[in-house]
Structures are given as structure tokens and as C-alpha cells.
Ligand binder design. Structure first.
Ligand SMILES: C[S@@+](CC[C@H](N)C(=O)[O-])C[C@H]1O[C@@H](n2cnc3c(N)ncnc32)[C@H](O)[C@@H]1O
Length: 369
């Protein structure tokens, strides 16, 4: 596959390599960082249309697509992308046509003018449910725009289950905001991983590749090896992706995340999967007083585990740490600290190709003592 927007588009960086060569590239990157080979390398079951979320940005000249790699003010007007789905292509292209026809002004990140900022599409690969969210700057004409957006909804309604409008009234160039209107359909969509269902809202966290997400879940369960009486913390838990699965086997599971939308989804996830015992602590992980755990699952954002949190993990003396990461450089840094200061041993580390055609990878490490 070589998409016509490559290499300008920032969505994929190594699409010019055949898939096996991409894997080779990632193994070499892994070896560079960890100074050892991964114990296992797992390819993505799907290499096109694998992403369940795309945040298409709107540029000042009615570009709708992604940014050029590393350039915050260069927009790639995309009419075909192999990352999400054919339906996503249709919706995005119709959206561009719509904002042009209706003369809706794009937001300009340089001059802080305009209105339309992003269109975010999320979909459940195994449920075929889809949520569309239009992100704009603020307006005094709420009802007027609700009616306009309803016209767009009518154009795409056959493809979606849920239609939102979010207002980001700040100058930050982000695809979320604090005012959310459900304009049509279901409040949330669902995705399936192994035997579990997970609710997804406009901005709750869900692993972006639904196919490898199942693989992560399986390995995290296997590495954690949960027993009935284990006390298990799932740090940076999102909406409880791992905690819900682990909660089927252990009675004392605590998920910790600081995002309210994740908390809301967690409560629904707990219900739909009938996992009663798992508890959610809505908090910054670094604010936990103490981590009193036998086993810890940790899946931080790119900067890795906060220093205070590392200290608390070391103090916990947990016998197993399962460390999932989307940023191997910070994971290596943290693993070294855990090994050197906590006497942990790196038992296993695997590479999962969660992001085909990009140089990103997911890694899962099992540390124990
Ligand atoms: C990579 S995601 C992992 C989510 C989850 N493990 C999953 O697989 O769905 C990182 C999560 O960390 C949360 N987060 C970021 N900083 C945090 C902090 N300081 N304290 C608690 N949660 C945080 C985010 O809300 C996000 O859900």
C-alpha cells in the first residue's frame, strides 16, 4: 500500500517499507533502546483500516485531514486514508464539502480566527458502531449552528450511531473541549475486546488499534497472572480496559486515572461486563498516598511514569509489575530505575505492532521479584 498522501502526511512515516521490513525496522529500534531483542514480536492482525479513532484537523484553506509530520501549520488535505475505514473517508470528505458549501469558516491556529476546528471519528471495529464529533470554536449562535450541523448529520446518518458537537473555546489546538452537545443518537458507542465490551465516549481513552488491543489485553492478563486474593493496581487505567478483565479473576482490583470521562465509561464497563469488585480512583496517580499492591499494571502516557509514582511503586514492594508502554524510550528509563533501585528482574518484554506504517510501537514488560 502506498497512499497518495505519503510522505507529506504525518499519519504514516514508514509506509514505503513492506510490512515485514517495517517490523524489522521496529525490532532494530527496540534493540537500539533496550540493548536486547524482544522476547516476542507480534504483528498487527490488520495493517490497513486498523485505527478506531481519527482526529481530522481543519486547515485555514478548508483542508480536512492531518498535519504534515512535525509541522504545526502545514495541513494535508486528505481524500483517501487507509488508517481508519472506507466510511471514515466518506464522512471526512462529505464534511469538507459541507463546510465549503455552507461557508463555515475554518479555525486558523496562527491568527486565532474562524470556527470549524476538527472532525473526530471513532468506531467500534467489532460492533460496527460509530461516533462523529465536530469540534468548533465558541459561538453566540448556538441554535443556528445546531440546525446547520443537523443538515450534515442527515448526510451521514446511515454511517453513524452518535453525533456530537464539542466547543473548544480556548486557543489550544486540541480536538476536545469542555462543552459537549449530543445532537443525535446514542450517548456512547461500544467496542469489544476478547469477551468484554467497552463503552467509548467522544474523548474517553481506548487503545487506538482494536485488533492489537485484544492482544495487549491477553498478554496483560497472562503476565499479571491474577489470583483471587491478589491486590492489583491498574495505574493510568483509562476506562478500565485491563482492570475489568483482571477483575474477573481477582477480588481487589483498583483502577486509577485522572480523567472524568474515563471514570464515567469505567462505571458502564463494570456494569456491562458484570465485574463488580473493581474500584476506580479518580485521581492523579502521583497523588495516591500509598500503593498497597501485590501486583501492579502500569500504562502511562508518553512521558512515562512520574518520579513520585516510581517511588511509590518501589515502596509498594509489589512482586510483579506489568508495564505497558507506547513510548519505549521512557519505558526503558523507568525499567532501569525499577531494576536498579527495586531489585526487579525483567522477565519478559514483547513488542506489539500497534501502529502499522508508523514508527510507533507498543511494548509490554513483565518485571518481578
Ligand atoms: C496510555 S493511556 C492508558 C489507558 C489504559 N491503560 C487502556 O489501555 O485503555 C494513559 C492514561 O493515563 C491517564 N493519565 C495521564 N496522566 C495521568 C495522571 N497523572 N494520573 C492519572 N492518570 C493519568 C490518561 O487519562 C489515560 O487514560
Amino acid at each position: 500500500m502506498l497512499c497518495k498522501h505519503f510522505p507529506k502526511c504525518g499519519g504514516c512515516q514508514i509506509q514505503n517499507l513492506l510490512y515485514d521490513k517495517q517490523i524489522e525496522y521496529k525490532i532494530n529500534r527496540f534493540i537500539d533502546i533496550f540493548k536486547r531483542e524482544p522476547d516476542e514480536v507480534i504483528k498487527s492482525p490488520k495493517i490497513i483500516y486498523y485505527r478506531n479513532r481519527m482526529d481530522y484537523v481543519v486547515g485555514p484553506n478548508y483542508e480536512v485531514g492531518l498535519k504534515e509530520y512535525g509541522k504545526w501549520y502545514s495541513y494535508v488535505n486528505i481524500d483517501e486514508c487507509f488508517l481508519q475505514s472506507p466510511e471514515s473517508n466518506i464522512i471526512r470528505n462529505k464534511f469538507r464539502e459541507f463546510i465549503i458549501n455552507k461557508n463555515l469558516k475554518p479555525w486558523d491556529t496562527k491568527n486565532y480566527t474562524g470556527f470549524i476546528r476538527y472532525i473526530v471519528i471513532r468506531e467500534g471495529k467489532f460492533t460496527n458502531e460509530r461516533i462523529v464529533n465536530i469540534i468548533t470554536y465558541k459561538t453566540d449562535n448556538l441554535e443556528y449552528y445546531k440546525n446547520i450541523f443537523f443538515e450534515f448529520y442527515n448526510e451521514i446518518k446511515n454511517y453513524i450511531n452518535s453525533f456530537y458537537w464539542t466547543i473548544n473555546d480556548t486557543i489550544s489546538d486540541v480536538s476536545y473541549g469542555n462543552i459537549n452537545y449530543l445532537l443525535y443518537g446514542e450517548k456512547y458507542i461500544k467496542e469489544k475486546a476478547l469477551d468484554n465490551f467497552y463503552y467509548i465516549s467522544t474523548n474517553s481513552f481506548y487503545q487506538p488499534n482494536s485488533y492489537t488491543a485484544e492482544i495487549l489485553l491477553k498478554y496483560v492478563r497472562e503476565f499479571t497472572d491474577p489470583n483471587e486474593n491478589d491486590i492489583i493496581y491498574d495505574l493510568y487505567s483509562g476506562s478500565g480496559f485491563y482492570a475489568i478483565e483482571i477483575g474477573k479473576y481477582s477480588n481487589y482490583v483498583y483502577a486509577v486515572d485522572n480523567n472524568k470521562e474515563n471514570f464515567e465509561m469505567f462505571n458502564l464497563n463494570k456494569e456491562i461486563n458484570n465485574v463488580k469488585s473493581v474500584k476506580f480512583l479518580l485521581s492523579n496517580v502521583e497523588n495516591l498516598e500509598k500503593i498497597n499492591a501485590d501486583k501492579i499494571i502500569v500504562d502511562p502516557p508518553r512521558p512515562g511514569i512520574n518520579k513520585k509514582v516510581i517511588r511509590k511503586i518501589l515502596e509498594s514492594n509489589a512482586k510483579k509489575i506489568v508495564y505497558v508502554s507506547c513510548y519505549p524510550e521512557t519505558q526503558k528509563r523507568d525499567i532501569d530505575i525499577l531494576i536498579n533501585k527495586g531489585n526487579y528482574k525483567l522477565e519478559n518484554i514483547i513488542l506489539v505492532d500497534q501502529f502499522p506504517h508508523t514508527y510507533h510501537m507498543e511494548t509490554i514488560a513483565l518485571l518481578s521479584k
